[in-house]
Design a protein around this ligand. Structure first.
Ligand code: NAD
Length: 470
């Protein structure tokens, strides 16, 4: 046993648990440390999984309501909030419990508690007044991120929610203010609007989802404008205060001045910050960026040779699947392999109605890099599959290198975009060209066909769309 590498993994989210399982599979002696009783992290307990469960419920409600347009009229949904919450919690319990079983089957030692580095080879874990010391040859920090709430909005009130509080589904407020028109704000606006809240979204910048492709956002924004009550752009929330009637008074500041409005509940979704404080990193040589991310090299190794970092704590994009891929790189590096972090395309999916997904470079990023690009587009108004699903809101686009047609990125907005982006990610990662996509037979009618049709349209040969080569 003594010659087995001892690995400590701090944090059991989608960076930490895959790292622990991979290391154990390679015969390493692994300890996985987390404050929660089972592995899963924010993603399973308070993020990706419960939000997608609630978004499924929202989609069922919305589809049933909109089926009226095709001659199917259902009654208004009777919402049993306790059962919906119990179902969602059951999904989370099932998945986290499953991870616990896998940990035990792989002989990963799971230590519940809050871990801190004591030195470069020791972690001390505190739980319920008990301390456990974990010695390691290599440690992987995978402590994730937390909601970053601007100081003026830090009101200690159960009427002000972060994402975790909104996902707990305590109630369906009559009015909900969502501060931040990013990933979390828009996903939660989609859920609560479908459940019956009148939602107002306030976004500081000039558009929803800053950073995402504007062609994609335009399609989403048009739809969101019909499902939420109001969207305020170029506006911030300056202050929040409880009102005597059980709500919250918000002071909103925009280009035309300041106004006050009352809401039953407020969700703050203004971004996340890395969980790098209070880890005892000052007992090591690990260095942080000015924003608090742990600095890592291409193998995810920190400035302290025995310590690696993966996931949200190690930098953007803060996405579960990026963490999982980094975990593989870190474990392989610890095993002495020449593994490096070099993906060409990381998919991003926002599970709104419709979904927005992209991978690789966006058109704006390619232009900012000074790249000579060409863009292929296919609007879903020309898709037979979209027409038969009575939902033609969508767009598929490719960003390709001019001349060679080599794919640099893709963007999709529309129902199921989050599934379709997989093919695009593979194409970009494999160095495919527009011509390859055009010559790949796609099922008809399907939404995946829009990827081929965009390439066809680029060459002027789409049978369903008159798009021309630009
Ligand atoms: P975000 O960065 O996506 O969006 C925050 C938004 O709030 C931005 O649009 C920003 O301009 C705005 N904002 C900031 N301060 C503001 C203020 N004072 N008033 C009004 N608007 C303000 O952050 P998020 O939505 O909190 O999500 C955090 C991270 O979590 C995301 O970056 C993403 O990586 C991850 N996430 C991913 C998914 C997914 O993959 N589907 C879902 C949820 C969260």
């Amino acid at each position: 046993m003594a010659d087995r590498l001892r690995i400590a993994v701090l944090g059991a989210g989608p960076g930490g648990y895959p790292a622990a399982f991979l290391a154990a599979e390679r015969g390493m002696d692994v300890t996985l440390i987390d404050t929660r009783p089972e592995p899963g992290g924010i993603c399973l307990y308070e993020g990706c999984i419960p939000s997608k469960a609630l978004l499924h419920a929202a989609a069922v409600i919305t589809e049933a309501r909109e089926a009226e347009a095709i001659g199917l009229t259902f009654g208004a949904p009777a919402l049993d909030l306790d059962r919906l919450r119990a179902w969602k919690d059951g999904v989370v319990r099932g998945l986290t419990g499953g991870l616990g079983q896998i940990a035990r089957a792989r002989k990963v030692r799971y230590v519940q508690g809050r871990g801190r580095f004591i030195d470069t080879h020791t972690l001390r874990v505190a739980h319920d007044g008990e301390l456990t010391e974990v010695q390691f040859d290599a440690a992987i920090v995978a402590t994730g991120s937390s909601a970053s709430i601007p100081p003026p909005l830090r009101l200690d009130s159960p009427r002000v929610w972060d994402a975790a509080a909104a996902l707990a589904l305590p109630e369906v407020p009559a009015t909900l203010l969502v501060v931040g028109g990013g990933y979390i704000g828009l996903e939660m606006a989609t859920v609560y609007a479908a459940l019956g809240s009148r939602v107002t979204v306030v976004e500081a910048t000039g558009g929803l989802l800053p950073g995402a492709d504007r062609d994609l956002v335009e399609v989403l924004a048009k739809r969101v404008a019909t499902t939420v009550e109001r969207i305020h752009l170029h506006m911030t929330v300056q202050a929040l205060a409880e009102t005597d009637d059980g709500g919250i008074r918000a002071t909103l500041a925009g280009s035309s001045g300041t106004e006050e409005a009352r809401f039953d509940r407020v969700l703050i979704a203004t971004g996340r910050r890395p969980n790098s404080a209070d880890l005892g990193l000052d007992a090591t040589r690990v260095s942080l960026t000015p924003r608090g991310f742990v600095e890592v090299d291409v193998q995810r190794r920190t400035a302290e040779p025995s310590i690696y970092a993966v996931g949200d704590v190690a930098g953007e994009p803060m996405l579960a699947h990026k963490a999982t891929h980094e975990a593989r790189v870190a474990v392989e590096a610890i095993a002495g392999e020449p593994s490096v972090w070099e993906p060409s395309a990381i998919p991003a999916v926002i599970y709104t109605d419709p979904e927005v997904a992209w991978c690789g470079l966006t058109e704006a990023e390619a232009q900012a890099h000074g790249l000579d690009i060409e863009v292929a587009r296919f609007p879903w108004s020309a898709s037979g599959r979209a027409a038969t699903a009575a939902d033609r809101n969508g767009l598929t686009k490719w960003i390709a290198q001019a001349g060679s047609g080599r794919l640099l990125g893709a963007g999709i907005v529309g129902r199921g975009a989050g599934e379709l982006i997989g093919e695009a990610t593979l194409a970009v990662e494999m160095g495919a060209r527009l011509e390859d996509i055009r010559l790949t037979v796609h099922a008809h009618p399907s939404r995946s066909e829009t990827l081929m049709e965009a390439a066809e349209a680029f060459f002027g040969t789409s049978p369903h769309y008159l798009g021309r080569r630009r």
